[in-house]
Design a binder for this molecule. Structure first.
Ligand SMILES: [Zn+2]
Ligand SMILES: [Zn+2]
Length: 249
């Protein structure tokens, strides 16, 4: 089952959410932006950073099946693709960081296209996602990914358009830029704790938007550690949550 990590359907989703954000600028109030940032931190930490990234992609800790499935589902709401697509792309990134097979290398494909998620069609070899393909729930999420997104958006927008904007669309836009920043700024600007062979950097600004993922150079040095922030000032929200909520089993 080859995977295309960045479909045109996702581009339409991203475009619509940016338009909704523009509406939010006109119709929303300041506290709604704070609420949207809070929602993004919930989706971004539990769904993407803890779920898609540290748990599924790198198996950096173990937890129960129901939590794995819950985090996988929450991650879908960030509009970054299904866990299968995301994890496959991410494993390709680590297999060849900045190299020709890196699906979102700004060195290979340019900073602006990668920031805007124009990666071209990426085919993910089956062997990179063999473990996830064994899970019926992961196959379900992949097959029905866009239906899940549309249902989630429709429920919120029918409840109240402003709830749709600030609970679905604006957090999804934050997610879009968070992915873009990690893939570009964290391979260009910032400091390095480790002289690894790729261009990865630690970037405090990106970290504010990515739930602890901004210490990307630390992560490239040791991808199998669930703790990415290492120094006292490298706050890592996701590692904090993994420990405080005792998510490891
Ligand atoms: Zn990287
Ligand atoms: Zn990683």
């Amino acid at each position: 089952m080859p995977k295309f990590s960045n479909s045109n359907k996702l581009r339409i989703v991203h475009l619509l959410n940016h338009l909704a954000l523009a509406y939010g600028l006109v119709a929303g109030e300041w506290w709604m932006w704070l609420a949207a940032f809070f929602v993004w931190n919930l989706i971004g930490s539990f769904g993407i950073s803890i779920g898609y990234h540290r748990l599924l992609s790198h198996k950096s800790f173990r937890t129960s099946l129901w939590l794995t499935n819950l985090f996988s589902f929450i991650g879908c709401l960030a509009t970054g693709g299904s866990p299968l697509s995301w994890v496959g792309s991410h494993r390709l990134h680590h297999a060849s960081p900045d190299g020709k097979l890196d699906p979102h290398s700004p060195i290979q494909k340019g900073y602006l296209p990668i920031y805007l998620h124009f990666w071209g069609n990426v085919i993910i070899p089956r062997r990179h996602i063999r473990d996830l393909l064994k899970s019926p729930f992961q196959r379900f999420l992949h097959r029905h990914y866009f239906k899940i997104l549309v249902l989630w958006a429709a429920l919120l927008y029918l409840w109240d358009p402003l709830i749709g904007v600030f609970v679905y669309s604006v957090p999804a836009v934050f997610a879009f830029h968070a992915f873009g920043m990690i893939n570009t700024l964290c391979h260009k600007f910032g400091y390095r704790n480790f002289e690894v062979k790729d261009t990865s950097t630690n970037n405090w600004f990106v970290n504010i938007w990515t739930c602890g993922e901004g210490w990307h150079n630390n992560h490239h040095k040791n991808p199998s550690s669930y703790r990415i922030g290492l120094k006292r000032y490298e706050f890592d929200l996701s590692a904090f949550l993994i420990e405080a909520l005792r998510l490891r089993s």
